[in-house]
Design a protein around this ligand. Structure first.
Ligand SMILES: Nc1nc(=O)c2c([nH]1)NC[C@@H]1CN(c3ccc(C(=O)N[C@@H](CCC(=O)O)C(=O)O)cc3)CN21
Ligand SMILES: CC(C)C(=O)C(=O)O
Length: 281
């Protein structure tokens, strides 16, 4: 492990201090890119933390890559809490975010607060919820009560049955205008972070420019965001079937799993990932 550290690398567990929300804001203000990766268990959370990943996301994508479902919608709050507890035990310094799964924040803000309390109790430091329009009231309610919130716009997988498949979003002007309005409303409601999934690079870049204090995290949204996220199993090429275009072969470059994660972090930090011509739309 330590044999792979390069000079100046501060990502060893003993050297790195805990990444807090405050520290993430400092990084964002200084223009340092934020590297996020999903993690669903203690072993991978530990490895990703030690490899220098800033934020770990216990994503409800676990419904697909761990549980074998065809979508994320069957995942329950209890399952998210189980994986969050496991990831939290392995993690030492990374900032830990957990997804509120489908149906656990939709009824009203109090419903979202009850579900968030379960995930925070399991070790999450921030919760993520999908969608715009109806969500700002809920985000404000959570933030006022001490729950940091990451919003999620563009392709929102929990709505796959309404969207009609995993398609790129915001391609026409009406769709782009809606995303601009949703992003502004969620930022105003107090969301400190926002995932942009599968949208044109120019649109994501513009949304970040419209909301400079917001930490935007892209996946298939180009290089104009404050950070990047990938699904761990995609990055390690364990996922079955065709990988989305936005995944790069970090395993070939990094040789080992830890090397792959270190290569990913370095590529996010130096801006070489994503490459506009290869991984963006
Ligand atoms: N393994 C995995 N990786 C993910 O990134 C991921 C999940 N699961 N599950 C939840 C959502 C669904 N995601 C997806 C699913 C499919 C595509 C996909 O097929 N993309 C096509 C382009 C589609 C288009 O052009 O409209 C691609 O080739 O990238 C992308 C993201 C992202 N999330
Ligand atoms: C793909 C990321 C952003 C996610 O939401 C998940 O892992 O569920």
């Amino acid at each position: 492990m330590s044999s792979q550290n390069s000079p100046g690398d501060n990502s060893t567990p003993s050297a790195r201090k805990s990444i807090t929300l405050h520290r993430l804001r400092e990084m964002h203000a200084a223009g340092e890119k934020i590297a996020m990766l999903t993690a669903y268990d203690a072993s991978f959370a530990r490895l990703a933390d030690e490899a220098g990943v800033d934020c770990l996301l216990v994503g409800d994508s676990l419904g697909m890559v761990v549980q074998g479902h065809a979508s994320t919608t069957p995942v329950t709050l209890e399952e998210m809490a189980y994986h969050t507890r496991a990831a939290a035990r392995g993690n030492r310094t990374a900032f830990l975010i957990a997804d509120l799964p489908f149906g656990t924040y939709h009824e009203d803000p109090a419903h979202a607060m009850r579900s968030s309390a379960v995930l925070m109790g399991a070790g999450a430091q921030m919760v993520k919820l999908e969608g715009g329009g109806w969500t700002p009231e809920t985000v404000r309610f959570l933030v006022d009560r001490g729950v940091p919130v990451c919003a999620h716009l563009g392709l929102t997988p929990q709505s796959v049955h309404a969207l009609g498949g995993y398609r790129i979003q915001g391609r026409d002007e009406a769709g782009a205008a809606t995303l601009r309005r949703h992003a502004r409303e969620l930022a105003d409601a107090g969301a400190s972070m926002m995932v942009f999934e599968l949208m044109p690079s120019d649109l994501a870049r513009g949304l970040q420019a419209d909301n400079p204090g917001l930490m935007t995290i892209g996946i298939g949204a180009g290089g104009g965001t404050a950070g990047q996220v990938l699904v761990l199993h995609d990055m390690l090429r364990v996922t079955r079937g065709k990988l989305p275009r936005f995944v790069r072969d970090f395993v070939a470059e990094g040789n080992t799993i830890e090397g792959a994660i270190r290569t990913y972090v370095a590529a996010v930090k130096d801006g070489s990932f994503p490459d506009e011509s290869l991984h963006a739309y």
